[in-house]
Design a protein around this ligand. Structure first.
Ligand SMILES: Nc1ncnc2c1ncn2[C@@H]1O[C@H](COP(=O)(O)OP(=O)(O)O)[C@@H](O)[C@H]1O
Ligand SMILES: [Mg+2]
Length: 213
């Protein structure tokens, strides 16, 4: 089943290191699209299904090899695609997803030094036929992001397995994100997320008003 225009929905992903502004700005995009009458599904990774949320807890808390971590992320993703993303797109809804496969390249290949080809193989297995129509990459220096997260997390001092990583880890994550953006500029929009939130918001709203996949 498709929407009134007979089209599948658009798949938009939000990427960037923790504290980059994904959660802050996903609502702004939802607002612009909602005003256009677009039916939306908002979701996130890791997670998006009960199974995926359970795996998220494990990935964020249990020590494991980068290989196990990568496989768990793709297991959660396979379920997410089957239960949420593909059905929504097929029904004509637009899916806004907080992190997707670019994050696995950035964190597990970039940050954890997994072989990039291994991640590419899993991507080709789990979603050979589907890529985001648009990826918004919120780019920010790790020290700036860390300050924001510290501020945000004032009342919850427990850090997950990624948040305890040193700055060099997040530099590697950021570098992999930027490398992917440079390789696929038609899909990945890089937003300078170091500017004030209103400025980022303005650029994003302006871009989305004109965006037509
Ligand atoms: N451009 C910005 N300038 C300053 N602070 C920001 C900006 N964007 C987001 N923040 C703040 O930084 C924190 C982390 O942002 P958030 O949207 O939760 O990031 P993410 O979802 O990417 O981890 C929040 O407290 C948010 O209010
Ligand atoms: Mg967030």
């Amino acid at each position: 089943m498709n929407d009134a225009t007979g089209q599948r929905g658009r798949f938009i992903t939000f990427e960037g290191i923790d504290g980059a502004g994904k959660s802050t700005h996903i609502d702004a995009v939802a607002e612009v699209l909602g005003a256009r009458g677009v039916a939306l599904a908002l979701t996130r990774e890791p997670g998006g299904t009960p199974f995926g949320e359970a795996l998220r807890e494990v990935v964020l808390s249990q020590a494991m090899t980068p290989e196990a971590e990568t496989l768990l992320l793709f297991a959660a993703r396979a379920e997410h695609l089957a239960q949420v993303i593909r059905p929504a797109l097929a029904a004509g809804r637009w899916v806004l997803c907080d992190r997707f496969t670019d994050a696995t390249f950035a964190y597990q290949a970039g940050g954890r030094r997994m072989d990039e080809q291994r991640v590419a193989q899993l991507e080709a297995w789990v979603h050979p036929d589907l890529q985001p129509d648009l990826t918004i990459l919120f780019d920010v220096a790790p020290d700036v992001a860390a300050k924001r997260v510290a501020h945000r997390g004032e009342n919850s001092p427990d850090l997950d397995r990624f948040e305890v990583e040193p700055a060099a880890f997040f530099e590697a994550v950021r570098a992999m994100y930027l490398k992917r953006a440079a390789a696929d500029p038609a899909r990945i929009l890089v937003i300078d997320s170091q500017r004030a939130p209103e400025v980022v918001h303005g650029q994003l709203v302006e871009f989305m008003r004109r965006w037509n996949a």
